[in-house]
Design a protein around this ligand. Structure first.
Ligand SMILES: Nc1ncnc2c1ncn2[C@@H]1O[C@H](COP(=O)(O)OP(=O)(O)O)[C@@H](O)[C@H]1O
Ligand SMILES: [Mg+2]
Length: 255
């Protein structure tokens, strides 16, 4: 299963979800590949312990030089179950490279499909800035997870992703599904967050786009897990953050 983690807002938890869900599923014996498409500082890549990012080939190199690079020889193994393809700042060239080579929107899909059967899950982390890389990612994916915050900024960000999702679904990928909208940094108390949630629930229930029951609370264990570069379910297994990730994995994947 290939899943894009996407929204047009930074700091909402795309990378956290990819990292912590991927890590957890790998500890449950699933083969997981994380693909970093975010040029911004290569967050996920650093989180997984890569320091020489500028020398490492990533997805942009696979698109640019497919005779030399592919989703097999660019993979970095974290352990027997978890692997990833890193990104550095050159990932921002993905839209230009695929266009200048005359590739179509299916180029990432074609490349990922070659390795898909080796993995139970392939998770794609994306940048918040709207980009054709989002299109490539959605065309390549079976489904989409949209993280959001219970605040007003998330209303537009979420709607923009859903517009992109609908366009991609119609033009290229009929089977693309939204697995869920996932609240992160969740706190039900402030009035504003209830107002936002109600507004979003009304507009998306009509479209049968669902919010996950599981909401990820604001929890320091999730910040600390980054510092120790280990998924929260392993580094702080008894924390609220870890428990919410286990619930989310059960809800989304049955694992
Ligand atoms: N639920 C949470 N509680 C506390 N800190 C969090 C939580 N989710 C994410 N973070 C932290 O917030 C920051 C931004 O999250 P990140 O996953 O990088 O967002 P994005 O990828 O959408 O930009 C990171 O430092 C991360 O560790
Ligand atoms: Mg990120």
């Amino acid at each position: 299963m290939i899943v894009s983690f996407l929204t047009e807002q930074g700091g909402v938890g795309k990378t956290s979800l990819v990292f912590n869900l991927g890590w957890y599923l790998a500890t449950q014996g699933k083969k997981v590949l994380l693909v970093d498409l975010d040029p911004q500082g290569g967050n996920l890549s650093r989180l997984l312990g890569v320091s020489d990012l500028d020398e490492r080939p990533g997805v942009v190199d696979i698109i640019r030089e497919p005779d030399k690079y592919n989703f097999t020889n660019t993979v970095i193994k974290v352990n027997d179950y978890l692997s990833f393809v890193p990104a550095n700042e050159y990932a921002r060239e993905i839209p230009d490279v695929y266009k200048s080579k005359g590739e179509d929107e299916k180029c990432l899909k074609t490349m990922l499909d070659k390795v898909k059967r080796k993995y139970d899950f392939i998770f794609i982390d994306t940048s918040p800035a709207p980009s054709d890389a989002h299109i490539l990612s959605l065309v390549a994916s079976d489904s989409l997870i949209i993280p959001l915050l219970p605040d007003v900024k998330s209303i537009d960000a979420t709607q923009n992703v859903i517009d992109t999702y609908e366009a991609v679904k119609q033009a290229y990928n009929k089977k693309l599904e939204i697995l869920g909208l996932v609240y992160n940094f969740y706190d039900n108390r402030p009035n504003i967050s209830r107002v936002v949630q109600e507004a979003l629930a009304v507009s998306y229930n009509k479209k049968k786009i669902r919010f996950t029951e599981t909401k990820i609370p604001r929890n320091v264990s999730l910040t600390n897990a980054w510092a120790v570069k280990t998924g929260v379910t392993e580094s702080y297994p008894r924390s609220k953050g870890a428990q919410s990730y286990i619930e989310l994995s059960k809800e989304l994947f049955g694992i």
